[in-house]
Design a protein around this ligand. Structure first.
Ligand SMILES: Cc1cc2nc3c(=O)[nH]c(=O)nc-3n(C[C@H](O)[C@H](O)[C@H](O)COP(=O)(O)OP(=O)(O)OC[C@H]3O[C@@H](n4cnc5c(N)ncnc54)[C@H](O)[C@@H]3O)c2cc1C
Length: 409
């Protein structure tokens, strides 16, 4: 039977697109290569599923950078409020424990998946799992969608195959190959949102130490504006934590270009050089901090204090005042702007999202329809748009899927 719509990929955006189309009385078939639908959705937010956040549309789009405005029609069609209402209607109430991030009540992604699955059953949407689409083509007004064993025919296709991050959860870049087959171009995909590796191996001695409210900046003149703030954790070979997840999407394209990316980490975010110097002087006058280590420990965890003192050439058990001027100067600089060099990432295996994807110029943002092939639609992470941590990427997936599912003529 010829379907009105075949959705390739049953992630957040594909499921939403299928539901919207079926509510408009379209005959919909979903083809999913994993044995179950929504495998990545289930893993989101560490199983808690950070669905969206409380930002207004303008601030939301700004967080996606230069291309953020592309989302305006999709967000107008399904806003954060609209998404919460959509889920409430299918039985999932949401809450906002920190006044910003929005989760399903109970913070269990399975509730989201169960509700989407019931809605799919209620709307009689056909779903074929373990069905990997390997080819799409168009003959006159119909699309032929091929898997290993079968061909399916539809009037419209929604490509919802995601990016390349966390391939074990299903998305391995198939959508790029399928889109190329029908004439689309792809902005080079880079892994994003993941831990980063540093050249400096002293970080291993600080492993598991968390430092709150750190700012990281790229230390290349042309890219000085690239920065992020949040909690940082040292690892055996680099850095991770919320600030690194957000920052890594800026770093991976630079890594591909330069191989090494110098950064500075502001571990005492609110203290500048002069302020820290004054703070140390005040503390020393109290007579409380006899050794250099005791003094530096007043602003940093012990292991980090030790490493930065050694890096600056200082002696741990000697008072600050007895270190040379050069060492004192170097130490204060290393504390307020710790230099690190990013030399690698963990590739797509641990990338929570993909930077790059289907060229936005080839897609009509008002409908999510291809400008190259009529009746072909795109949504979600497959497109060249990515946001930071905090419910941004799922909201984009749901909004773009919903708009695409309207199947504008
Ligand atoms: C561990 C983890 C946690 C995350 N947590 C959050 C969070 O809390 N909040 C947030 O906003 N974002 C989060 N993200 C990002 C978010 O999950 C993604 O941006 C979002 O799921 C993308 O949705 P999508 O529908 O575009 O793609 P996907 O969810 O990747 O879905 C694509 C689907 O297409 C299928 N597919 C691929 N190729 C084929 C093919 N050839 N044939 C048939 N099917 C195919 C895949 O198996 C997959 O099911 C997280 C990501 C990860 C990896």
């Amino acid at each position: 039977m010829i379907k009105d719509l075949i959705v390739v990929g049953a992630g957040a955006c594909g499921l939403m697109g299928a539901i919207v189309a079926a509510r408009d009385k379209k005959r919909v078939l979903i083809l999913e290569k994993m044995p179950k639908v929504g495998v990545k959705l289930k893993a989101t937010g560490g199983g808690r599923c950070n669905l969206t956040n409380s930002l207004d549309a303008d601030s939301f789009m700004q967080s996606f950078g230069k291309s953020g405005r592309f989302m305006s029609s999709a967000l107008e069609f399904l806003s954060s409020k609209g998404l919460r209402e959509f889920f409430a209607k299918i039985g999932v109430e949401t809450d906002m424990p920190d006044g910003f991030r929005i989760f399903p009540v109970g913070h269990n992604s399975q509730t989201v998946l169960d509700a989407l699955n019931s809605e799919i059953r209620r709307l009689d949407i056909e779903v074929k799992c373990s069905c990997e689409v390997s080819k799409i083509s168009k003959e006159s007004d119909q699309f032929i969608v091929s898997s290993k064993n079968q061909e399916y025919i539809a009037k419209n296709i929604l490509l919802a195959t995601g990016g390349m991050g966390y391939p074990k959860l299903g998305s391995t870049g198939d959508g790029y190959r399928l889109a190329k087959m029908v004439g689309h171009t792809i902005k080079e995909p880079h892994p994003a949102m993941m831990p980063l590796k540093t050249k400096e191996n002293w970080v291993a001695n600080c492993r598991a130490d968390t430092i709150a409210n750190v700012t990281i900046e790229v230390d290349i003149k042309k890219y000085k504006k690239l920065k992020a703030t949040g909690d940082l954790i040292f690892t055996k070979d680099g850095i991770r934590g919320p600030v690194v997840l957000d920052f890594s999407r800026e770093i991976t394209p630079l890594l591909a270009k330069y191989k090494e990316v110098p950064i500075v980490v502001k571990l005492t975010n609110f203290l500048h050089y002069d302020e820290l110097y004054r703070d140390f002087k005040n503390k020393l006058s109290s007579g409380e901090f006899r050794t250099l280590l005791e003094l530096v420990k007043s602003v940093l965890p012990q292991s980090v204090a030790v490493e930065l003192i050694l890096l600056s050439g200082g002696r741990l058990d000697v008072p600050f005042s007895k270190q040379s001027g050069i060492i004192r100067d170097s130490l204060i600089k290393n504390i307020v702007q710790t230099p690190l060099t990013i030399v690698g990432d963990n590739g797509f295996d641990m990338a929570m999202i993909t930077r790059g994807g289907i060229n936005l110029k080839e897609v009509d943002s008002k409908s999510m329809q291809s400008r190259v092939v009529k009746n072909l639609y795109f949504c979600g992470e497959l497109l060249d748009l990515d946001g930071p941590c905090g419910g941004y990427n799922l909201q984009w997936a749901f909004s773009s899927g919903a708009l695409a599912g309207k199947l504008h003529p």
